[in-house]
Design a binder for this molecule. Structure first.
Ligand SMILES: Nc1ncnc2c1ncn2[C@@H]1O[C@H](COP(=O)(O)OP(=O)(O)OP(=O)(O)O)[C@@H](O)[C@H]1O
Length: 222
């Protein structure tokens, strides 16, 4: 087991968004989180990714309470929020290089790190835009800079909030392929999307669904 969620609950403005949620995220599973606006999808992802502590219940990572293994958990998890989360004054390459420097153990030095960033930008279709300031990129390209972190990363658990936003059809398919390949290689993905979940995911054997009904109820695929 990877992430074990027991009796999870979150109250906002005197309304329980969800309560008593029991759920397990195992290696090889791709969880699609669905639900109406305001039902609590982003809140759930913020809790899972360790950004929000205002909840009831217990989260465990590989059998250990998250509060006791936070550092190991944060090193194993990649969160990309619904905003691109990139620094607009920096170039695409500088953004990725900075992210790499912050998040990984130095392997092979600065040159190897830079080469990996070039490859990641190429993988998301941004070859030739490496030295472009992010503020001069389109919304979809900015999102692609953020998603390039998936190509760099070594994290087992991906938590992605609305990653398809502003991405064109080819980009959506590519991202779907990455997510499925990640799970088939033993990783896990949790993803929210208002997008009709593309074309590839619905047929994937790794797909599971968690649905908010908008009235405090959550339905988890078995
Ligand atoms: N910082 C906050 N303080 C208080 N309430 C908040 C805060 N952030 C979100 N909420 C409330 O929590 C509820 C759930 O918000 P959340 O963003 O999790 O929903 P969502 O399902 O992701 O919605 P959407 O589909 O619109 O992105 C909303 O009613 C929202 O008003």
């Amino acid at each position: 087991m990877q992430l074990d969620i027991q009796k999870l609950g979150c109250e906002r403005d005197e309304r329980w968004l969800f309560s008593d949620l029991d759920w397990q995220i195992n290696p090889g599973e791709l969880w699609r989180i669905e639900g109406p606006n305001g039902s609590g999808k982003t809140t759930l992802l913020r809790i899972l990714s360790g950004q929000m502590a205002d909840y009831t219940g217990t989260l465990s990572w590989h059998g250990e309470k998250l509060s006791r293994c936070r550092e190991a958990f944060m090193a194993s998890m990649l969160y990309i929020g619904h905003r691109p989360g990139v620094k607009k004054a920096l170039t695409a390459l500088e953004n990725l290089d900075w992210y790499q420097a912050m998040s990984t153990v130095e392997e092979g030095g600065a040159r190897a790190r830079r080469d990996a960033c070039f490859q990641a930008l190429e993988a998301v279709g941004l070859a030739g835009f490496e030295e472009t300031p992010v503020e001069a990129l389109s919304a979809g390209q900015q999102r692609r800079v953020a998603l390039a972190r998936l190509a760099l990363g070594h994290q087992r658990l991906w938590i992605l909030d609305e990653p398809f936003t502003a991405i064109d059809r080819d980009g959506v398919r590519q991202l779907e392929r990455w997510m499925m390949a990640h799970c088939e290689a033993g990783g896990s993905v949790v993803v929210t999307s208002h997008h009709d979940s593309g074309e590839l995911l619905p047929a994937s054997r790794v797909l599971r669904n968690l649905r908010f009904d908008g009235q405090g109820g959550v339905h988890v695929d078995c």
